[in-house]
Write a protein that binds this ligand. Structure first.
Ligand code: NAI
Length: 318
C-alpha cells in the first residue's frame, strides 16, 4: 500500500515546489527517503517577480525533518539548469514532477499576446525544457518517471482560460507521445489534472469548497505512478483531488460511414447527424493508427455507385 512505498536512493525533481501541490510532493518524497530538488521561481501566481524564499522555506522544512533537499530558483523555462542542480547535488535524476504553473485568466476578447506567451512559456516550454534535459539521463540509466501537470481546464475548456487550457492540453499530448518514445527505456510518463486548494485556486473557488481540497490528497496517486512498483502504467491521464481518483480517456463514436463519391454531401452528413453523435457503441483510441479500424470498416462499404470494394488499408498512409 502507499503508506509503505519508499523512494530511498531516488532523486526527485519537483518544479514549482515552493507552495501548493509542488510543496506537498517535495515534502512527501523527502519523508520517504528521496533526495529532492525543490525548484521554485518564487514569483506571483500571475508569473510576476521572483524570490529565493519559496524554495528555501521548503528545503529548510525538509532538512529540519532529517530529509535531503537542495533548492533551485530558476524558471522552468530554463529547465536544463534545474536538472543540472540535481546532477550536481545528487548525481542524477530519476523522477521529474513537472508541476510549476501560473494563471493569466482573461476573456479571449481582452487577451494580450503577453498573457498567451507567458502561459505557453511556463506550462508548455517549461515542461519541455525540464523533460528535455532529463531525457538523456533517463535513457542512459534505463529508468525515468515523469508526471506532467495538466488541468480539467485543458481537458474540457474553461471560460476565460484559452491560454491556460490550450497549454494544459499540450502537456497531455506531450505526455502521450513521450509515453510511447520512453517505453523501451523504462521511462513512464503520466499526466494528472489535479484539483487542490492553493493560492492559484483561492481566487476562483468558494472557501467552503477549498476547505475540502488539500494538496495532500493528490500526492498518493502521484506516489504510486512514479514508484518502482509501477512498471506498466504510462500515457495515462488522471483526474485527482478531494478524495477522488479517476482515469480519463478519449472516446470516439462508432460514427457514420459513407461512400466516397458524389453522394457524400453536406446533406448526407445532416441525415446521419445522430449516428455521428451516437456514443452507445464507442471505441477508445490510443493512437492515430487506431483510425485504421474505421477505415477498414469503411473499406467494407461499396466505395462507389458501381459497388466496387476498396481496401483503404492499401491506399491510406497515416
Ligand atoms: P501554486 O501557485 O500554489 O504553485 C505553483 C508554484 O509554481 C508556485 O510556487 C510558483 O512560484 C511556481 N512557479 C510558477 N512559475 C514558475 C516558473 N516559471 N518556474 C518555476 N516555478 C514556477 O499552484 P498549484 O495549485 O499548486 O499548482 C500546481 C500545478 O497544478 C500548476 O501547474 C497548476 O496549473 C496545476 N493545476 C492546479 C489546480 C488546482 O486546483 N490547484 C487545477 C489544475 C491544475
Amino acid at each position: 500500500s502507499t503508506d509503505t512505498l519508499r523512494y530511498d536512493g531516488k532523486v526527485v525533481v519537483v518544479t514549482g515546489a515552493g507552495g501548493g501541490l509542488g510543496k506537498a510532493y517535495a515534502l512527501f518524497f523527502a519523508s520517504r527517503g528521496a533526495s529532492v530538488v525543490v525548484n521554485d521561481l518564487g514569483g506571483s501566481f500571475k508569473g510576476e517577480g521572483n524570490s529565493t524564499r519559496a524554495a528555501d522555506v521548503v528545503v529548510e522544512e525538509i532538512k529540519k525533518a532529517g530529509g535531503k533537499a537542495v533548492p533551485n530558483y530558476d524558471s522552468v523555462e530554463f529547465g536544463d539548469r534545474i536538472i543540472e542542480t540535481a546532477v550536481k547535488a545528487f548525481g542524477t535524476v530519476h523522477i521529474l514532477i513537472n508541476n510549476a504553473g501560473i494563471l493569466r485568466d482573461v476573456a479571449f476578447r481582452n487577451m494580450k499576446d503577453a498573457d498567451w506567451d507567458l502561459i505557453q512559456n511556463v506550462h508548455v516550454k517549461g515542461t519541455y525544457k525540464c523533460t528535455k534535459a532529463a531525457w538523456p539521463i533517463f535513457r542512459r540509466q534505463k529508468y525515468g518517471r515523469i508526471i506532467n501537470t495538466a488541468s480539467a481546464a485543458g481537458l474540457f475548456g474553461t471560460f476565460g482560460q484559452t491560454n491556460y487550457s490550450a497549454a494544459k492540453l499540450s502537456v497531455v499530448a506531450f505526455s502521450e507521445v513521450l509515453a510511447k518514445e520512453g517505453a523501451k527505456y523504462n521511462i513512464l510518463v503520466n499526466a494528472i489534472a489535479p484539483i487542490a486548494a492553493s493560492r492559484m485556486t483561492e481566487t476562483v473557488m468558494p472557501a467552503e469548497v477549498l476547505a475540502t481540497l488539500g494538496p495532500e490528497w493528490v500526492v498518493p496517486l502521484v506516489a504510486v505512478l512514479v514508484h518502482d512498483s509501477n512498471t506498466q502504467e504510462s500515457g495515462g491521464i488522471y483526474e485527482v483531488g478531494a478524495g477522488t481518483v479517476s482515469k480519463i480517456r478519449w472516446e470516439r463514436s462508432k460514427g457514420a460511414l459513407y461512400k466516397t463519391d458524389a453522394s457524400l454531401t453536406p446533406s448526407a452528413i445532416s441525415q446521419k447527424w445522430a449516428v455521428v453523435h451516437d456514443f452507445s457503441n464507442p471505441d477508445h483510441p490510443t493512437g492515430p493508427a487506431d483510425f485504421m479500424g474505421l477505415l477498414e470498416a469503411a473499406g467494407e462499404m461499396p466505395s462507389n455507385e458501381q459497388g466496387e470494394n476498396i481496401s483503404f488499408k492499401d491506399k491510406v498512409v497515416l
